[in-house]
Design a protein around this ligand. Structure first.
Ligand code: KG4
Ligand code: ZN
Length: 344
């Protein structure tokens, strides 16, 4: 049994997660503690609070997965893997400090996971055949990026948002519509009852044939102007008719989906690749999943979207660390966090 398992830790944003994963990439045990309740009043993640709550929860989350796995860490673990980039600095530091401490205590090597790459690797979970090479599309609260993924370890940045991530736009529009945080799933339910054509909203950069960049800030502002008018900031007195809320949710969601789908298809065309792998919290969106299926059928490409439970932040997608272990790619114990996104 020795060296056949990895402990993976994820604390890049506001989810504290750990998992035990075997060499075949099967998840033996996994746990996630969400901080939705902590950040709800602020309509978004407060970095300082996120870090403090990771600190409170990380030991019990790791304890829980080790206990559930029934393993003896010193005997059974091959390494301890933790997401070190990109993410909120305080949040990343808590995960990395915990992982380093366990490496010293259990005398195990450390593996540094790139969180964005792990979101794409979620598409590999449960599949025998490799999903690489592919165009990888990460669509989450913090990222909206396209990559040429030659293999699990060889990635090239193709383009991405030049301002807000798409999940951030979902969350901010949800606030305008009076929905709780995180707004994405709530907005998507409301949109199911609305008319996506009701409001005419922009699709920024969609028709820019030269670049794979996206932009969601103007779309968010356009929603605001439709609802409250330019220059007005107070949303608290906004009383919207129920049908207006539904129609705006549907119109916004459709504009966002059109932009995401357009750039994904363009990335396939520009790279000559035929397989598209999509991960990240917004990939859980049902309307997007359905429309992407239809679009990819027309383009005769292969679409793999991460299972819904592995779209939002989790430690199971840390199975990517097995690729690094197998390549001998371990991190030194003095490795630091890398909060920003490296586009190279
Ligand atoms: O991947 P994730 O958990 O965290 C980051 O790495 O950023 O993504 C969280 C984001 C939030 O913005 C949330 O509103 C969005 O994913 N999200 C959704 C849905 N489920 C989660 N957005 C649209 N539709 C959904 N069903
Ligand atoms: Zn994420």
């Amino acid at each position: 049994m020795s060296d056949q398992f990895l402990l993976t830790i994820e604390s890049t944003c506001d989810e504290t997660a750990a998992a035990v994963i075997d060499r075949r990439r099967t998840v033996v045990a996994a746990a996630v503690a969400s901080q939705e309740d902590v950040h709800q009043d602020f309509h978004g993640v407060v970095p300082e609070l996120a870090a403090r709550h990771h600190l409170e929860r990380i030991v019990s989350i790791v304890d829980r997965v080790i206990e559930r796995s029934g393993l003896q860490p010193r005997r059974d673990l091959a390494a301890i893997a933790v997401a070190t980039e990109p993410g909120l600095p305080g949040s990343l530091l808590v995960g990395l400090a915990a992982a380093k401490g366990l490496c010293v205590a259990w005398r195990k090597p450390l593996v540094a996971i790139n969180h964005v790459q792990a979101h794409i690797y979620a598409c590999q979970m449960g599949r025998e055949e490799s999903v690489f090479p592919c165009v990888g599309f990460v669509i989450s609260g913090g990222h909206t990026n396209l990559y040429h993924c030659a293999s699990p370890q060889h990635w090239k940045y193709l383009g991405g948002t030049i301002d807000d991530a798409v999940g951030e736009a979902f969350d901010k529009v949800a606030v305008m519509l009076g929905l709780p945080y995180p707004g994405g799933p709530h907005l998507s339910s409301l949109a199911a009852e609305g008319d996506p054509q009701a409001f005419s909203l922009p699709r920024p950069l969609l028709h820019d044939e030269q670049s794979l960049n996206l932009s969601f800030s103007g779309l968010k502002t356009a929603v605001r102007y439709h609802l409250v008018g330019p220059g007005k900031h107070d949303l608290s007195k906004l009383e919207l008719a129920e049908q207006v809320r539904r129609d705006m949710a549907a119109s916004f969601q459709q504009a966002a989906i059109d932009c995401l789908m357009g750039k994904a298809i363009q990335a396939l065309r520009m790279t000559g690749l035929t397989r598209l792998c999509v991960g990240g919290g917004v990939a859980a969106n049902q309307a997007l999943r359905q429309q992407l299926q239809q679009a990819m059928a027309i383009h005769q490409g292969e679409l793999i979207i991460a299972p819904p439970a592995l779209c939002t932040d989790n430690a199971a997608m840390g199975a990517i660390a097995w690729e690094q272990v197998e390549a001998g790619d371990f991190a030194p114990l003095d490795i630091d966090i890398q909060p920003g996104l490296l586009r190279g």
